[in-house]
Design a protein around this ligand. Structure first.
Ligand SMILES: N[C@@H](CCC(=O)N[C@@H](CS)C(=O)NCC(=O)O)C(=O)O
Length: 216
């Protein structure tokens, strides 16, 4: 039985789930959910996710939201092995740490700096950009001498952070000072199966959305 996946291609957290599904070779039942049309606020959707966020999955009656929780669930429930989310306690803890770094630091600082300007037309606050730069320095440090963000293999932490970093690229944040991030990013873009459909096309959709909002 397939898993329903409520999503929008342009949404960064949705793209991390799409990337995870691609790497797992999993076909999700895609349910495009148009936020601008309020499709996440219908009584049917609120029954599945009262917090009305996408991504959301429904696995035959089991509904789940929060992209990183979805990614780890998909590996646990559908992975042929645990390589994307290792069971060994220390290896798993490292992946978890990077996932929490992504939601709590990297993407949180992105949202704090860019969202008011992108979605409300408010001026950007330079001190918030410095917080992003600091987050990038942390990530660049994690990647020193490493191919992946947590341990020796590709994990869901790479996929979540990949969705975030590509979103920074869409808003033209300057990634060039961060050599380790640049190398890691180029490697993942060229090696992840189905990268274009899972992430690149969605980044184009996100760019189109923000361009259309700027014109309003
Ligand atoms: N931390 C959540 C963020 C989810 C989120 O905020 N999604 C946005 C779209 S990118 C959304 O659904 N917004 C509509 C709403 O909150 O009502 C995750 O990683 O899944």
């Amino acid at each position: 039985m397939t898993i329903d996946f409520y999503y929008l291609p342009g949404s960064a957290p949705c793209r991390s789930v799409l990337l995870t599904a691609k790497v797992l070779g999993l076909d999700l039942n895609l349910k495009l959910t148009n936020l601008q049309a309020g499709e996440h606020l219908t009584p049917e959707f609120l029954k599945i996710n009262p917090q009305h966020t996408i991504p959301t999955i429904n696995d035959n009656g089991f509904s789940l939201w929060e992209s990183r929780a979805i990614c780890t669930y998909l590996v646990n429930a559908c992975g042929k092995d645990d390589s994307l989310y290792p069971k060994e306690p220390r290896a798993r803890a490292l992946v978890d740490q990077r996932l929490y770094f992504d939601i709590g630091t990297l993407y949180a600082r992105f949202a704090d700096y860019y969202y008011p300007s992108l979605f409300q037309g408010l001026p950007k606050e330079p001190s918030k950009l410095e917080r992003i730069d600091e987050g990038m320095k942390f990530l660049d440090g994690f990647l020193e001498g490493q191919t992946y963000v947590a341990g020796k293999n590709l994990t869901v932490a790479d996929l979540a952070i990949l969705a975030s970093i590509s979103t920074f690229e869409v808003v033209e944040y300057d990634l060039s000072p961060y050599k380790n991030i640049g190398k890691w990013y180029a490697n993942l873009k060229s090696t992840i199966p189905g990268y274009k459909e899972a992430n690149e096309d969605g980044c184009i959709a996100f760019k189109e959305l923000i361009d259309s909002l700027q014109k309003k």
